[in-house]
Design a protein around this ligand. Structure first.
Ligand code: SF4
Length: 83
């Protein structure tokens, strides 16, 4: 989502009674979360406190687990080579 539409979508989620300082504090918290956990290219979902609430993080965690399961299965299916 582009910046313009994302700003409107996020603003619509904020409590309408929040003042400018509260909106700014929320913005700062989201910026810190992006800098320290929810990285653009490789978010650290495994240690994110929002994982239970985040469909994107849950999908990423499932996708990351799938190759491991496939690698484990294929390794156990290989015949044992004599020494
Ligand atoms: S769980 Fe969601 S919010 Fe948390 S790091 Fe992953 S993508 Fe970001």
């Amino acid at each position: 989502m582009d910046v313009g539409p994302s700003h409107a979508a996020l603003a619509a989620l904020l409590p309408p009674e929040w003042d400018a300082q509260q909106v700014y504090d929320d913005h700062e918290a989201l910026m810190l979360h992006g800098q320290r956990c929810c990285y653009f290219r490789n978010p650290a979902c495994g240690r994110c406190v929002l994982l239970d609430l985040c469909a994107t993080g849950q999908a990423l965690m499932s996708a990351r687990a799938a190759p491991d399961e496939a690698r484990t299965a294929s390794a156990s299916d290989r015949p044992v080579q004599p020494l």
